[in-house]
Structures are given as C-alpha cells and as structure tokens.
Design a protein around this ligand. Structure first.
Ligand code: PSU
Ligand code: MN
Length: 289
C-alpha cells in the first residue's frame, strides 16, 4: 500500500495540448496543486525509450520544449519503447502505465471520444478506460467531440460516467452539455464508495468522474460552440485526421477565442487535479480489499 496517495498526470497535454511556455507552466502547476492537496503527483511519459512514472522538473522542461515527441496512445507505446525516443502519453497510455504501478486516480482536462462527423474516429481513451481499473477525473470529454455519441460508447463499454456536483455531463469549456450523467455524487467519499464497490465485485475497467469547470472561468456556450464549429470546418478542409485532429483543433480554438480557451483549459485542469487528489485520499482512507 502506498504511503501517500498518488495522482497520475498525462503528458500529451504538455507536448500536443498547449504551446510553449503555457505547457510548461500548466504541467508544473498541476503537480503543485496535487501536492497542495497532500497527494503525490506522477506525470507519466516515455523518455529515451523508457517508461517514466513521475518526472523531475528538468524532465518536464525537456518535454515542454522538445520537438520530436511522439503522441502515444496505447498502441504507440510499443513503437517508442521498442525503437527508442521520447513519447508523451494520452489518457489511454497514461492509465495503462499508471494502473500497472498501482496508481488508482488520474487527472486530465478532457478525455478523447468520438469525433464530430467522424463516428469511426473513436479515441482509444474509451477502450482503455473500459479495461483498466483506475478513476479518471476530467471536465467531460473534450467539447470538440460528439458528446452524445461518446456517452453511447461509454455505456456500451460499461464505463460509469459520474457527475461530480452536477446532474449533466460537463462540456469541457462550458459547465453543461445538458446531457444527463448516470449518477450524481457530491463528495470524494461517494466516488470512493462507488470505486470500492466496483473493485470488490470485480467489475472490470475504470470510472469517469466529470467535474464542471469553475463558474468564473467557463466560456459561454455560444462562444465555445462557434469556435469549435469553425475549427472543425478548418480541420475537415485541411484533411486533418486521427491523432493530429485534437492538437489541430485545440490550436485553432485558441486562436479563434484569442486565448480564452487556453485559460479555461488551464482552470479546469487545476480544478480536476484538486478533485483527483481528494478522491485519491478518500480511496486511501477506505480499508484495503
Ligand atoms: N484534452 C486536452 N488536451 C489534450 C488532450 C485532451 O485538453 O491534449 C489529449 C489527451 O491526452 C487525450 C488525447 O487522451 O488528447 C486524445 O487524443 P485522441 O483523440 O487522438 O485519442
Ligand atoms: Mn481522436
């Protein structure tokens, strides 16, 4: 049993989610927020072909400035581990590695899902969450996705979608998508009870805890939606597909909102890191199975 609860953090948001130096600042801030809430952060990445669970500040700096880092979902891990080089881990690859190091909670901004207009572009985040026992804290799937189809996939895969102090699925930059969540909880202890019951009864896979962005930092739904729609048009016109789609769209949305989306993204990440640390504590406090 770990002495201090650990919160895993992903590294794709450092290499592909934000531009330098925003990426460096937010990565260090997230570690700080986890520590402030009495948990230990573990940012996960592949450095020189080796799995690293917990990076030093120097290593985070290196990733934030490196040009040649491969965005690794689960299937890409083997390429970088086998052939060498640096890899940043998406939610899928991060939870795969975290769970194998007995880490029970991960924080991110928004998980991947089903892309709008591309119902076969389904993030491996969903399939990995369906088979990896870990609790992922996010602000909903990224709003640039098709949220309704993403929820349908999660249901098919048996992944619980838990609203944290909300009855509706948060829409990343905005507080609500108006789509209902399966269940609402209001405390970290309630999340821990659900997780523990699932483990006790050998239900497979993990849980998605969805936390709305803090009110003061949310984008208005109209502003967010207009930027997302335009970014999607640009992505389709440029023929951007697959793993490149999310980074391209996030950069376009940042330009279209004059940086407001970047500030909102940072705010929700900090908030999720805080809630994740609290959930890690609540899990830690329950008697071992
Ligand atoms: N959310 C963000 N920024 C990001 C991502 C999500 O605000 O960079 C990343 C996460 O690492 C997530 C990944 O796992 O995008 C999903 O990419 P894909 O759709 O290619 O699976
Ligand atoms: Mn995708």
């Amino acid at each position: 049993m770990q002495h201090c609860p650990i919160v895993a953090l992903e590294s794709t948001l450092i290499t592909h989610g934000f531009a330098y130096p925003d990426n460096l600042h937010i990565a260090l801030e997230l570690e700080h927020v986890v520590r402030e809430n009495s948990a230990q952060p573990a940012t996960i990445a592949i450095l020189d072909g080796k799995v690293r669970v917990g990076l030093t500040e120097a290593e985070i700096r290196l990733l934030a400035q490196a040009q040649n880092v491969r965005k690794c979902s689960t299937r890409d891990l083997g390429y970088v581990l086998g052939l060498g080089g640096h890899g940043s881990t998406t939610v899928a690859a991060t939870i795969f590695l975290a769970a194998r190091h007995n880490i029970r909670v991960m924080a991110t901004g928004g998980i991947g899902g089903v892309h709008r207009g591309h119902p076969f572009d389904v993030s491996a985040d969903l399939t990995e969450l369906a088979r990896t026992p870990i609790t992922v804290v996010c602000a909903g799937p990224k709003a640039l996705l098709d949220l309704e189809l993403t929820l349908e996939h999660l249901e098919t895969l048996g992944v619980p979608v838990i609203g944290y102090q909300t009855d509706t699925l948060p829409a990343f930059f905005a507080r609500s998508s108006r789509l209902p969540v399966d269940v609402r909880v209001d405390t970290p202890e309630e999340v821990a009870r659900i997780v523990r019951a699932r483990r006790e009864h050998a239900l497979p896979g993990g849980e998605l805890v969805c936390v709305p962005i803090p009110e003061s930092e949310a984008l208005s739904e109209d502003v967010a939606e207009a930027a997302i729609a335009e970014a999607q048009r640009r992505a389709d016109a440029a023929g951007v597909r697959g793993a490149a789609a999310t980074p391209f769209m996030l950069a376009e949305i940042a330009r279209l909102t004059n940086g407001a989306s970047v500030r909102a993204n940072m705010a929700l990440l900090r908030n999720n890191a805080r809630v994740a640390a609290q959930i890690a504590h609540a899990l830690h406090a329950l008697p071992a199975l």
